[in-house]
Design a binder for this molecule. Structure first.
Ligand code: PLP
Length: 352
C-alpha cells in the first residue's frame, strides 16, 4: 500500500444488476417494470420546456412532496424525497442509525444494507431468516440500534403480515424502524396505517418498480413530521439539490394516472401467477412471492448453469453468490410475451 492510501476510506461497493446496452434482450434481472409510464406522463415529458434549467431546482422539491402527500392522504411534512430509494435509504442510515448498538436486518435481504452500514461505520447484526426464508419477528425483539427490512423481502419476495410488522414496532419503541416497501404495490400489505400510531416508523418507497420510472430516479420516505425533519436536516447538510427539476415536475405528473398504474400492476400480478404455475410444472420450487419477481430453484439443474444458459439466449435473470441462496434465480416478472419466451426456453433446456 502506498503511504497516501492509508487514510483513505475503503469500501466494498454494492454490485447492481447488469444493464446491457443493446436491444433484443429479455431483461428480467433488475425488477424494472416491463410497461412504459402512462401516456399522460409521456405527454408531460414532451411538453417540457428547458428554459428554467438555468435555475437551481426547488431544494424542498415541494411540487413532488405535495403530490405524494395528497396521494397518500398525508401532510407534506410527512414526506421526504430523494434520488431513488437508494438515496433515501442511504440518508436514513446516516440519520437514524447513530447508536453504538447493532442495527438489525435479515441475513438474506437487499444487499445494499450492509454496504451502507459499512460505509457509515454502523454496527449491524443479521438475524438469519427461518428455514422457509420468512423473517422471524422475535429475532427483532432485543436491544438494538435500529431495525430495517423490506416488505416484501428481497430477493425472496415473501411478504410479512401487518400484525407481524406491528409486533416488531411494539418491541422497538426506542429506535427507528424502517420498512422498505419497494415492492409493496404488487400485493403486500403496506404499513402505511401504522404511521399514525408509531412516530418512529419510516416507510421507504420507490418509483423504480411499480411506477415504471427506474430511469428517472425517484424514491421517497413517509413518516412522522419529526422523523422527516431529521432526514431533511441531514440532507441539507449533505446536498441541498438532490432532486433535479425534471424529476420534481415529472415525478408529480407520474402520480396522476391512477387507472393506468393499477392496470399495469394487475397485468404484472396476473403474469406472475401464470409464471408460477409454469415454473412449478417445470420442476422449480419457490416461496409465495408478493413482488414483481419470483425467487426460484430447480430441483435438478444448478442455478448458475441455468443463469449462463439463459444469458446465452439473451434472457437476463439475477443470480446471487451468497450462501443459502446460491441455488436460486431471481426472475423479474416481465410482460406475458417475455415470460412465454422464458418458459419456452426452459422447457427446451430442461427436457431436451
Ligand atoms: C430496487 C430496490 C431499492 C432501490 O430502488 P431505487 O431504484 O433506488 O429507488 C431499494 N430497496 C429494495 C428492496 C429494492 O429492491
Amino acid at each position: 500500500m502506498r503511504s497516501w492510501e492509508k487514510n483513505i476510506r475503503k469500501v466494498t461497493p454494492y454490485t447492481p444488476g447488469e444493464q446491457p446496452q443493446r436491444d433484443g434482450i429479455i431483461k428480467l434481472n433488475t425488477n424494472e417494470n416491463p410497461y412504459p409510464p402512462s401516456q399522460k406522463f409521456m405527454q408531460k415529458l414532451k411538453e417540457m420546456q428547458g428554459g428554467s434549467l438555468r435555475l437551481y431546482p426547488d431544494p424542498a422539491a415541494k411540487t413532488l412532496v405535495d403530490a405524494l402527500a395528497a396521494y397518500h392522504g398525508l401532510l407534506p411534512e410527512q414526506v421526504f424525497v430523494g434520488v431513488g430509494s437508494d438515496d433515501v435509504l442511504a440518508m436514513s442510515f446516516l440519520t437514524f442509525f447513530q447508536s453504538s448498538k447493532p442495527v438489525l436486518f435479515p441475513d438474506i435481504t437487499y444487499s445494499f444494507y450492509d454496504v451502507w452500514a459499512e460505509l457509515f461505520q454502523i454496527p449491524y447484526e443479521r438475524p438469519p431468516l427461518a428455514e422457509d426464508f420468512t423473517i422471524v419477528p422475535g429475532d427483532y425483539f432485543r436491544d438494538n440500534g435500529g431495525v430495517i427490512f423490506p416488505n416484501p423481502n428481497a430477493p425472496t419476495g415473501i411478504a410479512m403480515e401487518l400484525e407481524a410488522v406491528r409486533e416488531i414496532l411494539e418491541h422497538n419503541q426506542d429506535v427507528v424502524v424502517i420498512v422498505d416497501e419497494a415492492y409493496v404495490d404488487f400485493g403486500a400489505d403496506s404499513a402505511l396505517p401504522l404511521i399514525k400510531e408509531y412516530e418512529n416508523l419510516l416507510l421507504v418507497r420507490t418509483f423504480s418498480k411499480s411506477r415504471s420510472l427506474a430511469g428517472l430516479r425517484i424514491g421517497y420516505a413517509i413518516g412522522s413530521p419529526a422523523l422527516i425533519r431529521y432526514l431533511n436536516d441531514v440532507k441539507f447538510s449533505f446536498n441541498s439539490y438532490t432532486m433535479n427539476q425534471p424529476s420534481i415536475y415529472l415525478g408529480a405528473a407520474a402520480m396522476e394516472d391512477e387507472e393506468y398504474f393499477q392496470g399495469t400492476l394487475r397485468k404484472i400480478v396476473d403474469t406472475r401467477e401464470w409464471a408460477k404455475k409454469e415454473l412449478l410444472a417445470l420442476g422449480f420450487t419457490f416461496h409465495d412471492s408478493k413482488a414483481n419477481f419470483i425467487f426460484a430453484r430447480h430441483e435438478t439443474c444448478a442455478a448458475e448453469e441455468l443463469y449462463d444458459a439463459l444469458r446465452k439466449a439473451d434472457i437476463y435473470v439475477r443470480h446471487f453468490q451468497q450462501e443459502r441462496i446460491r441455488d436460486y434465480l431471481r426472475i423479474t416478472v416481465g410482460t406475458r410475451e417475455e415470460m412465454e419466451v422464458l418458459i419456452r426456453f426452459l422447457k427446451k433446456y430442461l427436457r431436451p
